[in-house]
Design a protein around this ligand. Structure first.
Ligand code: 5GP
Length: 187
């Protein structure tokens, strides 16, 4: 184990099992919602770069329905200067009016990123917008947003890495999700 890792929160096997469940649940819901229309109106999964890439790669393969993939990148200006202000760094390259959108996020913390993104996407008149997040970190939530699908709830304010999540661009390739030592984030 890397020496900046404090403890493993979710193992590779736990993640794989939960992602399979989520994939099946989401697929069933879209099948119910769309019926036979699903083949010509496939949902569009929008992965948020870069943290959700690994999650979306596995989730998409656990969804046995027609599905399209797209990516967006958002950046936060940081809480100290301009709290909650979120900027689109990479936008979608296709129109989403009339589409069924599934936002796929790595972790929801304050909720600012997703509150901003859902507002922005709803203004483009999609048929529906749902949110799937791998992790729901609850202690610092300031915006109430409806999370349709949650992989795991994190009731503590730990900084987590692995399975796509980084600290200074490192640790994204860990196969598990772990809490980083506080000393690592201070240096
Ligand atoms: P929010 O806008 O909900 O406060 O923040 C969401 C974003 O903050 C996530 O997409 C992620 O980039 C980052 N973030 C929040 N908590 C963590 C964490 O514990 N670990 C990592 N690696 N990123 C986090």
């Amino acid at each position: 184990m890397h020496n900046e890792i404090e403890r493993i929160l979710f193992t590779e096997d736990q993640i794989a099992a939960r992602v399979r469940e989520l994939g099946q649940q989401i697929s069933r819901d879209y099948e119910q919602l769309l019926g036979e229309r699903i083949s010509h109106e496939p949902p569009l999964a929008i992965g948020l770069l870069r943290g959700a890439v690994i999650f979306l790669a596995d989730l998409a393969r656990a969804m046995p329905i027609p599905l399209e993939l797209a990516f967006m990148a958002l950046s936060s200006y940081g809480r100290s200067t301009s709290p909650g202000e979120v900027r689109v760094v990479k936008d979608l390259e296709i129109p989403v009016a009339g589409r069924h959108l599934l936002i796929v996020e790595d972790i929801v913390d304050t909720g600012q990123t997703l509150a901003h993104l859902t507002e922005l996407l709803r203004a483009r008149h999609p048929a529906s917008v749902k949110i799937c997040t791998l992790l729901d970190k609850t202690p610092r939530r300031t915006r109430s947003i409806k999370l349709d699908y949650v992989g795991f709830t994190l009731p503590e304010d730990a900084f987590v890495v692995g399975y796509g999540l980084d600290y200074a661009e490192r640790y994204r390739n860990l196969p598990y999700i772990a809490a980083l030592k506080q000393s690592a984030t201070r240096s």
